[in-house]
Write a protein that binds this ligand. Sequence first.
Ligand SMILES: [Zn+2]
Length: 45
Amino acid sequence: MGFKCLKCGKIIKEEELGKRTRCPYCGGKLLFKERPKIAKKIKAI
Ligand SMILES: [Zn+2]
């Protein structure tokens, strides 16, 4: 699981981020927590 920077759009891993909450690429503060891509199958009946 990681974070997505809303400024540059890069995916930052939690390890990469460390204790900082800034994007290491652009220094942006807006990080969006990425959810693991688990496709929830919704049964549309
Ligand atoms: Zn960024």
